[in-house]
Write a protein that binds this ligand. Structure first.
Ligand SMILES: C[S@@+](CC[C@H](N)C(=O)[O-])C[C@H]1O[C@@H](n2cnc3c(N)ncnc32)[C@H](O)[C@@H]1O
Length: 308
């Protein structure tokens, strides 16, 4: 299959909004090439710096991929209309190029480097060397065509919340697992059993591969399905990094399978929608016990569940 790579060069303040538009358009993944992140990476002590600073973009570039099929023109037109509606003409520079599926993965790999998240997690591309410090928990990722290489703020918010709430021995469900990153993190942080679900077969395949890569296949089961439709409780933690409207739809299902005082980590909420999501959580009996944000992205930690 052929794919269209869409690369949008944008001022930094629009990065999250553009990423969100791609996600709402249904692209499997979003890659952010942010010169600020590269500079941070280059400041860290490295055994070997494989990145040529002169090759870095001067402004952030947000990339996503759409299949070249009969829906492509309509999806591109919808994207351009939305970009113009939010920011007017001339803010974004859009470049597209067709690439073969076999070349897809390599097109963004050069910019994907190990990143530290929270207190002890490190997300490392499968093909990069990284010498872990004492106490660090290293997740190896090859997201392929699925969302979730650990650089997106909404993923990072989930990772840091997982790190804070997991004490060991929990049953966790990761809804919208993408590359499997959150499910793998939960297992490496001590969960006793993790179910990872996604409705995209490409994501399910990538997640299964990453689960094996991290040698947590005895703890993590990856299934294809719609939200929590076929998942049985009781569980200790539900984590979901999807868009606000999907989180709202998920809230009741999550409450039904959570143990009393179970925890719901809800992320992927773009600025302006956090009140809608909090309202839906309250209306289903959840208590919000933590709120975190990074740039335009919000995550909520809610407590609630059903008595047996
Ligand atoms: C933003 S990505 C999150 C990936 C990963 N969990 C992370 O945090 O980086 C959202 C994922 O949710 C999946 N998804 C969207 N709607 C879904 C649904 N109704 N049921 C299951 N998965 C869904 C998408 O296929 C995508 O892989």
């Amino acid at each position: 299959m052929q794919w269209l790579e869409i690369a949008i060069t944008t001022p930094a303040e629009w990065v999250e909004a553009v990423s969100n538009m791609f996600i709402e358009l249904g692209t499997g993944g979003v890659a952010i090439e942010d010169p600020a992140l590269f500079s941070l990476y280059l400041q860290e002590p490295q055994d070997e710096v494989a990145l040529d600073p002169l090759s870095l973009p001067r402004e952030p570039v947000v990339k996503a991929y759409l299949p070249v099929d009969e829906n492509l023109d309509a999806r591109l037109a919808a994207l351009k209309e939305r970009l113009t509606a939010v920011a007017g003409e001339g803010i974004f520079n859009i470049n597209t190029k067709k690439i073969r599926e076999e070349d897809w993965a390599c097109s963004w790999k050069a910019y994907y480097k190990p990143v530290c998240v929270g207190r002890k997690l490190v997300v490392k591309p499968a093909w990069e060397e990284y010498r872990a410090l004492a106490g660090q928990v290293v997740i190896e990722m090859d997201p392929g065509m699925a969302f979730g290489c650990g650089t997106h703020p909404s993923t990072r918010l989930c990772l840091s919340l997982l790190e804070d709430v997991l004490a060991g021995g929990e049953v966790v469900v990761d809804v919208g697992t993408g590359s499997g990153i959150l499910a793998i993190a939960a297992a490496l942080l001590g969960a006793r059993r993790v179910v990872a679900v996604d409705n995209d077969p490409v994501a399910v395949a990538a997640a299964r591969q990453n689960v094996e890569q991290n040698r947590v296949q005895d703890l993590v089961e990856v299934v294809c399905g719609d939200l929590l439709a076929n998942i049985e409780g009781p569980v200790d933690v539900v984590v979901a990094n999807i868009v606000a409207d999907v989180i709202i739809r998920l809230a009741l299902q999550a409450r039904k399978i959570l143990k009393p005082d179970g925890l719901f980590i809800a992320s992927g909420i773009i600025k302006g929608r956090e009140h809608d999501v909090a309202g839906a959580l309250h209306s289903h009996g959840f208590e919000i016990i933590d709120r975190r944000c990074s740039g335009e992205w919000h995550a909520l930690l809610a407590r609630g569940g059903c008595r047996p």
